[in-house]
Design a binder for this molecule. Structure first.
Ligand code: FPP
Length: 273
């Protein structure tokens, strides 16, 4: 891929969400245990974080472990927890060196105590960083997130602290895990499945969706660039008619109060790191 085919300045998604799917199939196709797919998938997590940061993405949200994943066999849950712990221990310095702030979205109180402590410590230690916001969705389910927000608002109403007249989409969104973040511009799903699987259901109302057949353990930095190139060519209308659409997404990003990201290094630089 030539540098000239990189996305134009301003067309870079401000917020990318990734549904990292296909670890199991990657392993099974090679006659390996599923854990091998998760191990290889974790290496890719590191690569993709590095690439997104270099590209200038402001928010990267990774679907690491869903509420439904608690139903997997205990040995598989254990390996995923172990990988998360190893990632946090091994990559903390890299996050700090690159000014990346980590946060977790989901019911993290369900995590094993040892993992929870390391996760909270990493969140705390990176909390002053001002660069890319990296969100791990862990023990996350969008329906659960919406129900929790609804419950909080119902309690506020019952306590007389919330007038129904003031109930709005904006108020509701402020009670989601993602309250301090813009909505994802681009959601990438690997492994060729065309579904959201309970990922950011509220927030993805106007997200562009990019599905690749590539299994997550095979997902390379250039695949992220390809997804961004596809995004750069989309015409986002946000429910408006063609005459009022924005061909780039700059106006929308400005209205979020967040400056648009831009690809300020060439694709070849990214891929040769
Ligand atoms: C889906 O593949 C992937 C997961 C359930 C876990 C995703 C986790 C990682 C990529 C690694 C852990 C993350 C960190 C941050 C250390 P699948 O097992 O459902 O694949 P299949 O659909 O082919 O069976």
């Amino acid at each position: 891929m030539s540098p000239s085919s990189a996305p134009r300045q301003g067309d870079l998604p401000n917020h990318i969400g990734i549904i990292m799917d296909g670890n199991g199939r990657w392993a099974v196709r090679r006659g390996l245990p599923r854990s091998s797919g998760h191990i290889r998938g974790t290496s890719n997590v590191k690569e993709v974080i590095r690439t997104a940061d270099k590209m200038g993405v402001k928010f990267l949200t990774l679907y690491c472990f869903s509420t439904e994943n608690w139903n997997r066999p205990p040995e598989e849950i254990e390996i995923l927890m172990e990988l998360l712990k190893d990632y946090l221990i091994g990559e903390k310095q890299e996050l700090l060196d690159n000014n990346i702030r980590l946060q977790a979205l989901g019911q993290i109180s369900r995590l094993p105590l040892e993992v929870l402590k390391i996760l909270n410590a990493t969140i705390e230690e990176t909390s002053k960083n001002t660069g890319m916001i990296l969100s791990f969705c862990i023990s996350y389910g969008a329906r659960d997130e919406i129900v929790q927000a609804a419950k909080t608002l119902a309690v506020k109403h019952a306590q007389g602290k919330l007038d129904l007249k003031n109930f709005s989409e904006e108020l509701f969104a402020r009670h989601l895990f993602t309250h301090s973040m813009p909505e994802p511009d681009l959601i990438i799903r690997t492994s060729g499945e065309y579904r959201l699987s309970n990922f950011l259901l509220w927030q993805s109302a106007y997200s562009e969706i990019y599905v690749t057949e590539t299994l997550w353990p095979d997902f390379q930095p250039q695949d992220l660039v390809l997804a961004c190139e596809s995004f750069a060519q989309r015409r986002r209308r946000f429910g408006r008619s063609d005459e009022h659409e924005t061909t780039t997404n700059l106006d929308e990003k400005k209205s979020d109060g967040i400056s648009p990201g831009c690809l300020d290094i060439s694709t070849s630089d990214l891929l040769n790191h």
